[in-house]
Write a protein that binds this ligand. Sequence first.
Ligand SMILES: Cc1cc2nc3c(=O)[nH]c(=O)nc-3n(C[C@H](O)[C@H](O)[C@H](O)COP(=O)(O)OP(=O)(O)OC[C@H]3O[C@@H](n4cnc5c(N)ncnc54)[C@H](O)[C@@H]3O)c2cc1C
Length: 367
Amino acid sequence: MSAVQPHVGIAGAGLAGRLLAWRLLRAGCRVSLFDARARGDRSSAGPTAAAMLSPTAELAVADAGIHALGMASLELWPRWLQQLHAQGGREVYFRREGTLVVAHGADRGALEHYAALLRARLPQDADGALLESLDEARIGALEPLLAGRFASGLYLPQEGQLANDQLYAALQTVLDAQLAAVGGAWHEDCAIASVEARALRDAHGTRHGVDLAVDCRGVGARAEVPGLHGVRGEVLTVSAPGVSLRRPVRLIHPRYALYVAPRPGDQFIVGATELDSDDAGAPTLRSTLELGSALYSLHPEFGEARVQRLAASLRPALPDRQPVAAPDAGGVWRINGLFRHGFLIAPALVQRAADGIARALELRDAA
Ligand SMILES: Cc1cc2nc3c(=O)[nH]c(=O)nc-3n(C[C@H](O)[C@H](O)[C@H](O)COP(=O)(O)OP(=O)(O)OC[C@H]3O[C@@H](n4cnc5c(N)ncnc54)[C@H](O)[C@@H]3O)c2cc1C
């Protein structure tokens, strides 16, 4: 990159926007970050998510490309979290103890179907360590809480999870310090109405000129990205001291597929519904019952859990369910369409965008 710091404007300080801002600052850019909401707001997809890192489990609904991005990101996350910590960010809960998949006796057929689907979609060159069949004894050995409750299951040993609230806080601390050091800024409560190749126009009509603009607004970019839409997801967070799971557990059911993921501080997040809808309103009673029933059916000890949060948000999805991290025909860089895989694929995708942006800025300077 040139000796003069190029100035990049990023619309959207969500998962993609924050990570990209951090990587570009590390690469020597000046960055201005704009978000429609305050930094502590929890209503967009990122702070609502369970943040499971499940490349193999997601093969039921995703392709080999997402799997590859997910596997690459699983290697990048620990390195990135270490770098964030070294730059003054808080430690972020990150575990890679695999995912357990179980089904109640009556739903055994659905579990077998799910296992066959994953096996059929696993990349040809995947080693055998991505999926194991489990019997009752092995389930109990992995998760003592579930001993004797499920006759068979699956173990996806490579998978992981992180605490998204802690990641957001760490990025916020580091970005605040780094932005101040390079004369950048984080504009809160500043909705961006449109993004051009070298400018962002806010909702008041003010034009913010930059050397290169990136759109990371998630569903907020609907008006400018054909086919972009929201996929509603609802999650329940409970606190259950004394109940212990080491890893996320997916419960396979013929009508819905739900998961329970342990979080720091005796918390568990139960998710997630999936509805093709741009309605980001409060969770429905039906969804609340489904989420609560899944948790209780995993183990009745969850019956005494305290409800901490019920939340709904919109996953940004493109019609082909594929992510983009590239400039469009008008020269606007966009990272979008992360759908239900944002945390799973963000590091690899954001790194790809950051590298491309660095090259684009060098080329432009050289021209
Ligand atoms: C219920 C649920 C569960 C999920 N679970 C998982 C999971 O377990 N694993 C996983 O990998 N992924 C999961 N996801 C998906 C993940 O959260 C998303 O893929 C990811 O958050 C998308 O990141 P993003 O930065 O593109 O969008 P967002 O996180 O939505 O961020 C967009 C940002 O843009 C801002 N913005 C919007 N409009 C404007 C505007 N006009 N001007 C300025 N700023 C604007 C918003 O305020 C927000 O800060 C889940 C999502 C949901 C909803």
